[in-house]
Design a binder for this molecule. Structure first.
Ligand code: SAM
Length: 208
């Protein structure tokens, strides 16, 4: 197996034993994504990584979706569509350090795409704040098998639906990870709802 010089697949033997922590090398991640590329590269196709590690799959999937944004969307919609791409990618990770790495890698990948396009995305820009917010909401720390976070609470995610009335607007509907295993799927009704809002203002969390 050929690894890029900076790649290490194991952090420690203890972590391999306790958490099954072995990272998939980048070239293999790309090969695996190639198998489902047509599906996964579409901006709105939903993806959930149940054992996100340091985010290697999440980042590779985001890169593919951003490539689609860059090649198929008019420049004035790059910001909006890149945020919808981000909103379609979910991850769950058990370990604090891996979870932080995964979120940081997603944000960096997103910002890098916009820096190359010359889009303003400094820390206080709406685009940056919305991206960081979506990443925090979608890439959560907890146990996929139990559906619980480190405090023992139900892991909560949000479903992001495009508004059919106002282009660029999104409707946020929270649900628990556990509900995905139940017959009815998505326990949306249990949670407070949010008002539809422009996706680049999603961090304002306006309630319905
Ligand atoms: C085998 S690594 C895979 C990481 C990445 N998906 C990859 O292929 O490179 C397993 C990761 O899953 C995490 N993990 C193990 N059990 C988990 C669980 N029950 N819920 C969420 N994450 C878990 C570990 O902390 C570790 O980061």
């Amino acid at each position: 197996m050929t690894l890029a010089p900076e790649e290490s697949l194991v952090k420690s033997r203890d972590r391999v034993k306790a958490y099954g922590e072995v990272f998939t090398p980048r070239h293999m991640v790309e090969q695996m994504i190639d198998v489902v590329a047509e599906d996964i590269e579409s901006i709105d196709k939903t993806v959930l990584e149940p054992a996100a590690g340091d985010g290697n799959f999440l980042v590779a999937i985001l890169e593919r979706k951003l490539r689609t944004v860059g090649s198929t969307v008019e420049p004035e919609l790059h910001a909006q569509e890149s945020l919808f791409a981000l909103a379609s990618i979910y991850g769950v990770e058990l370990l604090e350090d891996n979870h932080a790495d995964a979120k940081a890698a997603m944000l960096e990948t997103f910002l890098d795409f916009h820096r190359r396009l010359g889009t303003p995305c400094q820390a206080n820009a709406s685009l940056h704040r919305a991206a960081a917010f979506l990443i925090d909401a979608n890439i959560v720390r907890g146990n996929t098998l139990t559906g619980l976070d480190p405090a023992g609470e139900e892991l909560q995610l949000s479903w992001w639906t495009r508004s059919t009335e106002t282009p660029g607007y999104v409707l946020r509907e929270p649900f628990t990870l556990s509900s995905l295993r139940e017959e009815g799927l998505f326990d949306f009704a249990v949670y407070e709802s949010y008002a539809p809002c422009a996706i680049d203002k999603v961090y304002l969390e306006v309630r319905a």
